[in-house]
Write a protein of this length. Sequence first.
Length: 235
Amino acid sequence: MFTGIIEEIGTIKRIASGSKSAVLTIEAHDILSDVKVGDSVAVNGVCLTATSVSASVFTADVMAETLRRSSLGSLRAGSRVNLERAMAAGGRFGGHIVSGHIDGTGEILDMTREDNAVWVTVKAPDSILRLIVEKGSIAIDGISLTVAYVDSVLFKVSIIPHTASETTLLSKKRGDVVNLENDIIGKYVEKLMGLSGNNGGSVKSDSGNLNRGARDGDSKKQGFDMNLLIENGFV
């Protein structure tokens, strides 16, 4: 589990590509003070497992599914990446709940400066946009950000100078692909309410006594509705 507060910008030193997978060698300094083999590190928002660790580099295996679902396949030697160690239980929770499991990718459409901030516009698929709400949270390349605008095609975030200096986001250019992770709370709410699933289809809830359809014997009624929440004391 992560918070989306980037700790360090690392550099890809080497990529060993397999037929469908890869091994990344990443140069870092600050985060390696207490990272050990087997620990999780978010690399541009993707949760990877450290397979070897030295004083200045660590390696991580990337499987085919991760390459398909993220922008890691576009990395090259010399690419700069956002790094974050797994959240410490006793630390401050400065961002939002980030799992490191990418929901999809988006495309940078525009960057526009407004005084001390920069507006970043990202085009994203409906599967991502339907779970984004204005003033809610989104992780872009592992960075916890607040959504300032969203419509049916794109969303926008506003980047303050500190975020700009501590992450790679403003080094991107128009057309670049970024990793996106929706707020996990929204994903659970969507699932439990029986709304559209990841493939755009209907996801039905199987929740025992809390499933009105199962309780009433009506197979057409699935998931939750407001009356059910009221009856069970949630509203």
